[in-house]
Ligand binder design. Sequence first.
Ligand SMILES: [Zn+2]
Length: 348
Amino acid sequence: MPHMNGTELGLLPTMGVGSYASPSWLLAARRVLRAGDAGPADMEEAVQDAIKIAVWDQEEAGLDILTDGEIRRQRFLWNVVEKLAGLKLIPAQRKLGVTSYDSAPRFETVERVSAPSGFGLVEEYTYVRTLTEKPLKVCCPGPLTICLPITPKGGYSGGDYMPLLYDLAELVNRELKQLVAAGATFIQVDEPSAAGRTPYLPVEDAVKLFNKTVEGVNAKIALHICFGNNQGRPAMKRTYKPLFPGILEAKADQFALEYANREMAELELWSRYGGDRELAAGVVDVKSMYLETPEDVAERIRAVLQHVAPEKLYLTCDCGFSASSRGLARAKLHALVEGARIVRGEVR
Ligand SMILES: [Zn+2]
């Protein structure tokens, strides 16, 4: 397994899952841009400054591995889907009331999808690399996630999802190889806990698709399996049971899973099936306004350590902070690092 930017990590390394909270002034700048009172150069300046803030907050909290906070991607997925050619926008069918998954626009294919200028991850990586010496992780939505708002029509006969999913896997694979060529050594693919979702895939098929997505990508690979975090709400039944043990056929060095918001349920699946893989355990609940104390976090870490060897354990949050306010996100990162520090003292 490649070392991460030549830096040896200590025991129980800490990191976010991927996205970080946008500073309030960036949200205001986006509003100004939409109103026509700012130009693309103004926005680029604001976005670069916000990425600096995201890196700064993570470094200040003391995380061992950083991300660029996915600041360029609004709401995690939107900007990635926007890079695809061959789609027709279907305006949201429900716009009033509570904003959620069904108030986002959908897309239909009009031809086979392509990404003529990639997904923009290489630009994200090369910029954040200039900002810090610390190890970095780059996250990319996988084909199942990218496909969630897309219905196959034109270019895909009979509305079959599989050819669309494999086209997306190929596009992601190309992007990941370019990331490695640009120097990325740790890549996380984000996928939903597919069971029960449209397009529904049996675990074996989801694993085949994942392995195709990371084929020939020479980096440490993590798989984050998520229940969804739109506006802090999950979209799926919050159980990993249907995925085990089949999901371990996925060619991932590490699995990043949600535990904190499920009161640490199903850790026994890991001791039963996890084997030699690394677990990045979610020990901070990003979907709750409750701010964990370091001792709360330490207690969760101790629970995880009943099921995984300390040298195989990374500590993270359940999901990204894209649906959190910055102040809370920042405080939760501090709690994560402090909680890890308490337990490191116990396991040495
Ligand atoms: Zn997630």
